[in-house]
Design a protein around this ligand. Structure first.
Ligand code: F6P
Length: 376
């Protein structure tokens, strides 16, 4: 009996990043060209599975996308179990499962970050065959050496810091560059080291603004009266970190709906993206050092444009390894980068976990050795 041709669904979810199209191409060319499978693209993350929004993926649509930023499929942060449909939040898991079987899919490939890994595990547990690839500029997905998108964002943020040096030097200023990374500090730490920032602030090492000011003043006394501060958007002062920890503990202890709601509001107010903190930090440093300060928020530039060569290689490697796993019918895993190779890691070990910067990580030690102030 002729072997059934496998039909593979693929989607991209969460924040976009450089390398997504390279990964779609890696999965597509391996599945279609090497293994003779069929590939169906679903638009705008998990919503495309609910609303049957497809993009036909074949040699033509896969041609020329390796170098293209963003995702040809579109993306969203929609969650299968909490999706807003006609203004109401509904659990659409059963609809997705029914559609998956009705459309004769053999596997669903999800390209995404931490949130997507959790959503993918839910669909695996609902009975679908799911494989994920680790994508995000934040590099905070657990159990993988790297995520595609990170290398390109690192290059972009580093070039930005390079360019900020000349204006800070010319005007004898403190320039605070806010760098993405959500609640991890990989992007700020890596680009801070690569760009020679004088201060690097990351969420994993809460800072004391007095210590930062003292380091900047030491530089001034030594005749260098400008400084570059690379601050992760999730970085926070020691006081804020203590308040966040207290709010998290309050939420854990909350027994009534009122207490939970109150604790969640308190937590949300502390967790919002920290551009406000960045502005306050710059102003406070100006007051403490008497050096003018200015702020640059790198924002979405870090997620834009063509992927770097490193990300193209990583995305293609992970994509082609995904095709091999589908051929072996090895499902329920994330294709993790491991050295020069890849490793299938069970989704249970990835979902709900975040890879944060260990305070004793070699990058942190390196930064300290070359005289970088880490805020503590
Ligand atoms: O996860 C990638 C990321 O760019 C984070 O660094 C950032 O905090 C977040 O996405 C921004 O989310 P959104 O694109 O929904 O504004």
């Amino acid at each position: 009996m002729a072997k059934k041709i496998k039909r593979i669904g693929i989607l991209t979810a969460g924040g976009d990043s450089p390398g997504l199209n390279a990964a779609i191409r890696g999965v597509g060319k391996t599945c279609l060209g090497y293994y003779g499978m069929e590939l169906v693209g679903f638009r705008d993350g998990f919503r495309g599975l609910v609303e049957n929004k497809r993009l036909k993926l074949d040699k033509t649509t896969l041609a020329g996308i390796l170098t293209v930023g963003g995702t040809i499929l579109g993306t969203s942060r929609d969650k299968p179990h909490r999706m807003v449909i006609d203004g109401r939040t509904k659990d659409m898991t059963k609809t997705i499962v029914d559609n998956y079987h009705e459309w004769g899919l053999d596997c669903l490939v999800c390209l995404g970050g931490g949130g997507t890994q959790k959503n993918a595990l839910r669909l695996q547990e609902a009975g679908l065959n799911v494989i994920t690839l680790p994508k995000t500029i934040d590099n905070d997905v657990a159990m993988t050496d790297a995520t595609f998108g990170f290398a390109t964002a690192l290059d972009i943020a580093t070039e930005t810091i390079d360019r900020l040096h000349s204006t800070a030097h010319s005007h004898h200023r403190i320039i605070v560059a806010e760098i993405m990374g959500h609640r991890s500090g990989w992007l700020a730490l890596g680009s801070g080291i690569a760009g020679g920032a004088d201060v690097i602030l990351i969420p994993e090492i809460p800072y004391d603004v007095e210590h930062i000011a003292a380091a900047i003043k030491r530089r001034s006394r030594a005749g260098t009266n400008f400084s570059i501060v690379a601050v992760a958007e999730g970085a926070m002062s020691r006081d804020d970190a203590r308040a966040l920890l207290a709010a998290e503990k309050k939420l854990e202890r909350a027994r009534t709906l009122h207490d939970r709601k109150e604790a969640k509001l308190e937590l949300a107010s502390l967790e919002v993206r920290h551009t406000g903190n960045t502005m306050r930090l710059a102003k406070h440093l100006e007051e403490l050092t008497q050096l003018e300060s200015r702020v640059t928020i790198l924002g979405y530039v870090q997620r834009g444009g063509t992927p770097s060569a490193a990300d193209r290689i990583l995305a293609t490697r992970l994509g082609s390894a995904c095709g091999d796993l589908i051929n072996e019918e090895h499902y329920g895993v994330m294709v993790a980068a491991r050295g020069d190779g890849t490793e299938p890691v069970p989704l249970e070990k990835v979902a709900g976990k975040r890879k944060s910067v260990p305070p004793d990580h070699s990058w942190v030690t390196t930064a300290r050795r070359v005289g970088t102030c880490m805020g503590d």
